[in-house]
Design a protein around this ligand. Structure first.
Ligand code: NAD
Length: 263
């Protein structure tokens, strides 16, 4: 696999949600730069598929079934990478769901908790169990948040999702401060709409129609390309933030949304 960021050769990366969309594209982008990639996903067959694709292209990858809401699974998944390659340099905490979309007054606590535990607690658990390994030689943590943590053109009923995405950015900033002493950088990516499988995990309740306000969206809801972004475009940013090319960047959220946030 061709190497552009040659300093990345031999580094070890763990990616959650690596079986689909942004996570999968990032696993492939990391591997193309010479990183060894441990693909974690709650859907084992998807994680295996990503790892297989990388190996068939000449890269190094392993996979494991990990639900990021389960602490023992997260710990075991990260340890699998360290056992295999004896180091950890990059953690991409990317797994996430849209979950249930509902009005606030009808939002079921169980549904609320599912979104919070997957997106926010999952990020915390992943970072928590990567730190002991990253501390040894410094490294980079990247977190996938969203423009929804700040504002939303993309839909109603997303109070739980948007709360997790704002909280991930706050968590990222605290982590960047706390972990700077170990030369661990921490940054967040805030994508706008990206073409992935996330719709499979989106469950709008009937009352979302009632709370929605009709909005005249500009064409394609995105000024730059008039369409959703591609996972590979986000993967390029993830690679930059994971790599030595961003060695002076920590504690920052980067928007990747074709200027949608400015509307
Ligand atoms: P995707 O559904 O294509 O991929 C997400 C992957 O995460 C899937 O393979 C899924 O199995 C996995 N996953 C879900 N729950 C998990 C869990 N509990 N433990 C481990 N893995 C789990 O979606 P995507 O769009 O690539 O989403 C990746 C991240 O990007 C998410 O954090 C999402 O919130 C964020 N994001 C996506 C968009 C978008 O428009 N697609 C926009 C902004 C932010």
């Amino acid at each position: 696999m061709g190497t552009v960021y040659s300093q990345e050769e031999g580094k070890v990366a763990v990616v959650t949600g690596g079986g689909s969309g942004i996570g999968k594209a990032s696993c492939i982008a990391f591997a193309k730069e010479g990183m060894k990639v441990c693909v974690l996903d709650v859907k084992e067959e998807r994680a295996e598929e990503t790892a297989k694709e990388i190996r068939e292209a000449g890269g190094e990858a392993i996979a494991a079934e990990v639900d990021v809401t389960k602490e023992d699974q997260v710990k075991a998944g990260i340890e699998k990478a360290v056992k295999e390659w004896a180091r950890l340099d990059v953690l991409y905490a990317n797994a996430g769901i849209n979950g249930t979309l509902s009005s606030i007054e009808k939002f079921k606590l169980e549904d609320w908790n599912t979104t919070i535990s997957t997106n926010l607690t999952g990020t915390f658990l992943t970072v928590k169990h990567a730190v002991p390994h990253l501390k040894k030689g410094g490294g980079s943590i990247v977190i996938t948040a969203s423009i929804n943590g700040n504002r939303s053109f993309s839909g109603f009923g997303m109070s739980a999702y948007s709360s997790t995405k704002a909280a991930q950015v706050a968590f990222m900033k605290m982590a960047a401060l706390e972990l700077a002493r170990y030369k661990i950088r921490v940054n967040a990516i805030c994508p706008g709409a990206i073409s992935t499988n996330i719709g499979q995990n989106t469950h709008p309740t009937d009352d979302v129609k009632e709370i929605s306000i009709p909005v005249e969206y500009p064409e394609g809801n995105q000024p730059l390309e008039h369409k959703a972004g591609e996972p590979e475009q986000v993967a390029d940013l993830a690679l930059f933030l994971a790599s030595e090319r961003s060695s002076h960047i920590s504690g920052t959220e980067v928007y990747i949304d074709g200027a949608e946030t400015l509307l």
